[in-house]
Design a protein around this ligand. Sequence first.
Ligand code: AMP
Ligand code: GLY
Length: 436
Amino acid sequence: MNILLLGSGGREHALAWALSASPLTARLICAPGNAGIAQIAECVALDVGNHEAVIAFCRQNAVDFVVIGPEAPLVAGLVDDLEAAGIKAFGPSQWAARLEGSKGFTKDLCKANNIPTAAYQRFKQAGPAKEYVRAKGAPIVVKADGLAAGKGVVVAETVAEAEAAIDMMFGSGPGGAPASTPTSTPAWEIVIEDCLVGEEASFFALCDGETALPLASAQDHKRAFDGDKGPNTGGMGAYSPAPVMTDEITRRTMDEIVTPTLRAMKAIGAPYKGVLFAGLMITAQGPQLIEYNVRFGDPECQVLMLRLMSDLLPALIAARDGQLRNFDLRWYPRAALTVVMAANGYPGDYEKGSVIGGLAQAAGLPDVEIFHAGTKLSDGKIVANGGRVLDVCGTGSTIREAQQRAYAAIDAIDWPGGFCRRDIGWRAIARDIAKR
Ligand code: AMP
Ligand code: GLY
């Protein structure tokens, strides 16, 4: 089969790595890809926002199946347009992608279906939102409704902080001046919700509209610096399995959150196909939904692909075809851990173009895999081309062993322009030690 994969991050490199290993794959094309993906797939430039151009490209290249990595094309309805043109695609329809595209939609769906999530209210104006915050008190969470690349959420420790977040999200500072960062376009609606307390985990299920097949468990680290301190990022590292996802918590997540969501989506005429990513808070009462994403997590996908023993491609096709009922996935028992190397300054301003050395030597170390997240080839050298630049992964019999291998590889990489956290996996390792 000829496969077109859309995206350019570490998630897409990991997907390309798994797809290229499939005996069913004849040709793997990635748009736009990156320097790492270019080693295993043909990379092409394609304007993903131009659905007609994507369809024309698929026809010219006899593409049999399109795999979409990031959320934006899904929320923009690319799957609907491809399918209408007779081209099979993995991912939810635009209608179903509202699970990520609109926090208000998801919160209302949870409420209507008794899916455990933080108590909330939706607001279209700053005044009533601030009144609600003052009545509720802090800590409290303020969220912009639309896609905000992980930057539309403020966990406010004080009422004043929450009020400032409300002003910022409605597009005006306290003096009525236009807000700059993090949301440059004014949110037309915000959600304010209670602050949940517990440990976060990322839960993934492959869905075919009716059936959900849970993937292996994973956790990521969202904060930029060691000790889970500093600003929120897209994720600075991840590992699988996640010890917090016990069999009991996994079962409850499926029964109380994922299965009722699939049932509800089908009932409203928007059956969910693709990978459903539930961001969970594991509280004293059990799993609660923080948010849904309609794609694989990045960097969680990287560690999942390293543990997946089954061929990924038939699984994605079965999800698209509505054939997951009798499907099964096999996983290696080994642990996998990835450390993100980011450009100095990330998640704030950072420079592009610094040269990365030592990659081949690092990748040659035992049980190490390096996925590129934001790189390009320039004058024969690999240079940084994004905020998150490399995902350095290790595998081993324990998370600790996987961690040691990942950091051994990082120590072999020569890149003064970048930094990483030195403590990825600390929670899981602490649990392991406590158990012994
Ligand atoms: P989101 O973009 O919704 O994933 O939110 C980003 C981060 O904000 C999450 O990973 C959590 O760490 C935090 N967060 C979001 N909602 C809540 C909540 N209701 N309670 C506590 N933390 C939250
Ligand atoms: N790592 C979390 C995300 O992909 O949103």
